[in-house]
Design a binder for this molecule. Structure first.
Ligand SMILES: [Zn+2]
Length: 263
């Protein structure tokens, strides 16, 4: 049974409570949704390298969590004749790739598809969740042991931390992605977090807030995973979620990892 790209996307959106939204960034960024699907790639972000891999796999539908053209709404007017944008656009057109963003709807899925994927990697699904799932009550540990666990599960040798590694912790805020410094600070206070895991932080806001918290003897710590590391497991989990709905289509997750090297 063949399917068009549009039919696959309709199947996905039908599973999302309160979708479709009137205003969402989850739109086609390029390509032709009327084409028959030859294969699907899921990824945190549709980098040029991901697109090359998709062509090798003969996949013409790329489902990406983050933008393709460096703007939340993938508005490209401001890029003018930027050569990086031009190279990516030319590759997409040459290979007739269709890219669809799955951001708002995947977070709206119940439970949040990104968070489920991350919890599966961390082995945290069985722990108590509160506050619409975004606080996880892990067994008592220290920030240092928590960092070791995260490094092991995410396969990284370094991690950015603001806080005291000897501090005991149990209430963990899952502030995945880039929710902004103000929202991170509010979450620490309103949810009385011991530790927050974030994707990106705003150093002059949350970074200084944690520094002041420690100086005021209030026990808090922030672990900065990097945006891709904090969310891409959710796009891996998407394969498991989507495959039974389209059993005849090959779906491949392509990891991108963190773009920043610590040297
Ligand atoms: Zn996200």
């Amino acid at each position: 049974m063949t399917k068009t790209i549009q039919e696959v996307i309709d199947l996905i959106i039908a599973e999302i409570p309160n979708a479709p939204l009137e205003d969402s960034v989850d739109t086609f960024k390029c390509g032709d949704p009327g084409q028959e699907v030859s294969g699907i790639v899921t990824t945190f972000t549709a980098t040029l390298d991901v697109l090359r891999r998709a062509v090798e796999l003969d996949a013409n539908l790329i489902i990406t969590h983050e933008p393709t053209f460096y703007d939340h709404r993938d508005n490209t007017d401001w890029l003018d004749d930027d050569p990086v944008y031009a190279a990516k656009r030319a590759f997409i057109e040459k290979h007739q790739l269709t890219i669809w963003r799955f951001h708002d709807y995947w977070h709206m899925h119940e439970p949040d598809g990104i968070q489920v994927g991350v919890e599966k990697v961390l082995g945290w699904e069985q722990y108590e969740h509160t506050d619409n799932r975004y606080i996880i009550h892990i067994p008592p540990t220290t920030v240092g042991d928590l960092v070791d666990h995260l490094k092991q599960k995410f396969g990284t040798s370094t991690m950015r931390v603001i806080g005291d590694l000897a501090m005991p912790c149990q209430r963990i805020g899952m502030l995945l992605g880039a929710i902004g410094g103000t929202n991170q600070i509010k979450a620490f206070h309103l949810a009385n977090l011991d530790v927050a895991l974030c994707g990106e932080t705003t150093e002059w806001q949350t970074g200084e807030y944690i520094r002041d918290a420690i100086a005021a003897d209030q026990k808090k710590a922030l672990i900065i995973l990097g945006h891709a590391t904090s969310e891409e497991a959710g796009m891996h989990y998407l394969v498991e979620w989507l495959q039974p709905k389209v059993p005849d289509i090959q779906i491949t997750f392509i990891p991108v990892g963190d773009p920043i090297a610590v040297v």
